[in-house]
Ligand binder design. Structure first.
Ligand code: GFB
Length: 311
């Protein structure tokens, strides 16, 4: 990528998009297109086509989407499916119409079958049924990945897809009901500590295992792939190669936050997928590795939470 290249980051305020903007700026890319939601609603086709047709960026990072934790995913399936499909269809198609040759689409590890062999390789896509708590979101993300593949095949574009492990970091959603487990437990543990409560409620059995990736590592991987002009297609898993159980995560968060009370499991809430550890060997073979371990990343994230990054 030329340092003066015009780069559109869709979803610049989110966890992944804001990390991409930080990474691009740190690497010296200053010609960034970052329209506010009020200026450009990506669920609207005419606005999206008009914007990309006018601006004609050289590169597009598609990090916009409706996201949320297990409760939001299963409670708002219609919105998750509709909004993500609209955004992907509008942005990918409008990018092609505007002559954008390179685009990076962000998906999620939940696109893979629920009971996939572990660690999960990219080729396990569509080899079995999805997890029901997030099947609507997963179907939308699979559609986005297939759009990239199809446009490459029919029109010769170079659109790649990245499937990250469970993300965390600055600008996360710390809402205890709609957020993902890591930010939700940071908030709950912090509030339990400051109000002197004895118990921290953890949903499910505590047994499911998750792999957590800091958003700054994801952004580094995405910029790495975009800078490789020889990478013109394909799906790339991005993770750390390590997972932990939800109970272990809750204990680690309690230590990080300084909450010394009891962890109480609530099995009336869903567990979701038992395990989703990614095999990130494909991007590793190109020479990219993550650099932020979970303990250090959690410490940084709690500091960010305390500093007010609790959108
Ligand atoms: O992060 P999370 O909401 O999403 O939940 P998924 C992960 C695990 O943590 C589940 C448990 O087993 C939850 O039951 N958990 C325990 C909690 N306490 C809490 C809590 O206070 N809040 C939350 N949210 N969970 C999402 C998908 O699945 O992962 C999305 O719904 C997306 O599609 C995302 O792909 C990465 O990992 O289960």
């Amino acid at each position: 990528m030329d340092k003066n290249a015009k780069i559109f980051v869709a979803g610049r305020r989110g966890l992944a998009g804001s990390a991409l903007v930080r990474r691009l700026r740190a690497a010296g890319y200053d010609n960034l297109l970052l329209p506010a939601r009020a200026e450009l609603d990506l669920t609207r086709q005419a606005e999206t086509t008009g914007f990309l047709g006018r601006e004609k960026p050289d590169y597009v990072f598609l990090a916009a989407g409706r996201v949320g934790g297990i409760a939001a995913n299963s409670g708002f399936k219609a919105e998750f499916l509709y909004q993500n499909l609209m955004i992907e269809a509008n942005v990918v198609h409008a990018a092609w119409l505007a002559g954008v040759n390179r685009l990076l689409f962000l998906g999620s590890s939940c696109i893979y079958p629920r009971d996939c062999p572990q660690p999960i390789r990219e080729e396990y896509l569509l080899t079995g049924p999805l997890e029901v708590t997030n099947d609507a979101y997963a179907i939308a993300k699979i559609a986005g990945l297939k759009m990239c593949e199809s446009y490459n095949r029919q029109y010769g574009t170079a659109y790649v897809s990245v499937m990250p492990a469970n993300l965390y970091g600055p600008n996360d959603n710390y809402d205890p009901e709609t957020g993902h487990v890591l930010p939700a437990l940071i908030r709950k543990a912090h509030e339990a500590k400051v109000s002197g409560r004895e118990e921290l409620a953890v949903w499910g059995t505590g047994g499911p295992r998750r792999e957590f990736l800091h958003a700054d590592d994801l952004a580094a991987a995405c910029v790495f792939l975009m800078e490789r002009e020889d990478i013109r297609s394909g799906t790339f898993n991005v993770g750390t190669g390590k997972d932990i159980s939800i109970r272990e995560l809750a204990e680690l968060i309690a230590r990080t936050v300084g909450f010394s009370g009891k962890i109480v499991l609530d099995p009336s809430r869903p567990d979701g997928t038992p395990r989703k550890l990614l095999d990130a060997g494909k991007i590793a073979a190109l020479g990219w590795r993550p650099s932020i371990g979970l303990a250090a990343g959690l410490g940084r994230t709690y500091a960010d939470f305390l500093a007010g990054g609790r959108a």
